[in-house]
Design a protein around this ligand. Structure first.
Ligand SMILES: Cc1cc2nc3c(=O)[nH]c(=O)nc-3n(C[C@H](O)[C@H](O)[C@H](O)COP(=O)(O)OP(=O)(O)OC[C@H]3O[C@@H](n4cnc5c(N)ncnc54)[C@H](O)[C@@H]3O)c2cc1C
Length: 401
């Protein structure tokens, strides 16, 4: 393992930190107020921020080497610290065209899309002109086991007809969300892992019905949101199928590896900022005749948090390095490990920071409540903790006996 950052990554880290300080942090409060008061509308300065990020060379940083001319060509290890910096302000990734689920969808289209699919959807996504959603989870079945998904993708002449109900479809509420990648079943009689396929559905296709936005602890995450979507006899041309019938699982495996590194590094960025806010707060506030920083329990909370953040960061960088050198398959165990460790670490660290802030910590006046919700939801999304532990435990026993 060699975690020395390359010169290219160090230059971008410096540039990104400056951009965050100069352009993003001053917008933080007004972005949050705007999105609360103007549901499903894009922050008026978002396009200008995107333009400035692109001009500064801070664009599509996530996109791995060699996919096309839009990629700055970073490895996962080079990109990881950049995702950490973006994690300090949860909505900032969009400014750099690095936000989920677009990143995963762009990787899918770059890796597996036909040239027609790439021209229609990948190129506008890479330019930040449109946004997208990924529709896998269904309310009727335990979707942490993706073999359970029931949405039917049935051939009919030159088309596929899609029927089913999805939920937790992040991004669907965004006014620029123009396309969904949907996972469903093309052949329920095939072997368990080749029943599924992925298909592109333009958001305005007749039969697509957005039923409602879902709340996450009372927040709706405007403007992208998380929607429940009914697919009622939705017809799309056969060319919209990605890679071919029965290849959905294979695509899903390829999609989630780097995406988990991105989530974990953003969680580390959120936890790191929470710790910095905590240190500042306890240094300037007094109770019972002493600064809070002098209480032993507070010092312990700070020390524990620093250890946990640095442990999680090293593990995640190890996973990024392993993906770069051995591919997603070779990094499978480390990817499960970071997915188990980082969201819980973020919850623990942010919870301590909230406690040290008192009532302020749970209010809208700090980003802490949002950080905690992010950590808590990533314990479920992209594979709940237990699913990763189940697979990791099983693989380790297999290896050792
Ligand atoms: C904010 C948010 C955003 C999301 N965005 C998207 C999105 O964009 N697209 C999308 O398709 N989905 C998305 N999801 C859905 C998410 O991926 C699913 O919720 C997740 O995969 C779990 O599926 P489920 O909700 O059906 O839970 P279930 O499969 O019903 O599982 C419930 C619980 O059972 C337990 N469990 C499951 N398996 C095991 C096991 N092997 N051992 C022990 N316990 C186990 C776990 O505790 C798990 O949390 C999002 C979810 C959230 C909260």
């Amino acid at each position: 393992m060699n975690f020395e950052y390359t010169e290219k990554s160090l230059v971008l880290q410096e540039k990104l930190r400056n951009f965050m300080d100069r352009e993003v942090l001053p917008e933080e409060k007004s972005y949050e107020e705007f999105t609360k008061e103007n549901l499903w509308q894009v922050y008026p300065k978002m396009e200008a921020l995107k333009e400035r990020a692109r001009a500064a060379g801070l664009w599509n940083l996530f996109l791995p080497k060699n996919y096309n001319e839009f990629s700055p060509g970073l490895t996962n290890l080079e990109y990881a610290p950049l995702a950490e910096i973006m994690g300090r302000v949860l909505w900032s990734s969009e400014i750099f065209n690095c936000s989920a689920p677009d990143t995963g969808n762009m990787e899918v289209l770059a890796k597996y899309g036909s040239s027609e699919q790439q021209a229609a959807y990948l190129h506008p996504l890479l330019k930040g002109e449109i946004r997208s959603a990924f529709l896998m989870t269904e309310p009727a079945v335990a979707s942490s086991d993706a073999t359970n998904v029931e949405t039917a993708i049935i051939p009919d002449g030159d088309h596929y007809v899609i029927n089913g109900r999805k939920w937790w479809s992040s991004g669907v509420m965004h006014p620029n969300c123009k396309v969904y990648i949907l996972m469903g079943k093309t052949d329920v009689n095939a072997a368990r892992h080749i029943q599924q396929s992925m298909i592109l559905i333009p958001a305005d296709t007749p039969g697509v019905k957005v039923l409602r936005p879902l709340e996450v602890y009372g927040m709706v995450d405007s403007p992208h949101g998380h929607a429940e979507v009914l697919l009622d006899n939705v017809r799309v041309p056969k060319e919209n199928l990605i890679l071919g019938p029965g290849r959905g699982f294979e695509i899903a495996q390829g999609r989630l590896g780097p995406g988990r590194i991105h989530h974990c590094m953003r969680l580390i960025g959120a936890a790191q900022r929470a710790l910095e806010l905590m240190c500042t707060r306890v240094a300037t506030r007094e109770a019972f005749g002493r600064p809070l920083k002098d209480f032993s329990s507070i010092r312990q909370d700070i020390a524990k948090s620093k250890c946990e953040i640095d442990q999680a960061r090293l593990l995640t960088l190890a996973a990024a390095d392993k993906i770069d050198r051995h591919g997603i398959k070779g990094a499978k165990e480390l990817i499960s490990m970071i997915k188990i460790v980082c969201p819980q670490m973020c919850c623990n660290v942010v919870d301590r920071a909230i406690q040290a802030h008192g009532g302020l910590g749970v209010s809208q006046d700090t980003p802490l409540a949002g950080f905690w919700v992010y950590g808590r939801t990533v314990r479920i999304a992209d594979g709940p903790d237990e699913v990763h532990m189940h697979q990791l435990g099983r693989n380790l026993v297999r290896k050792m006996v």
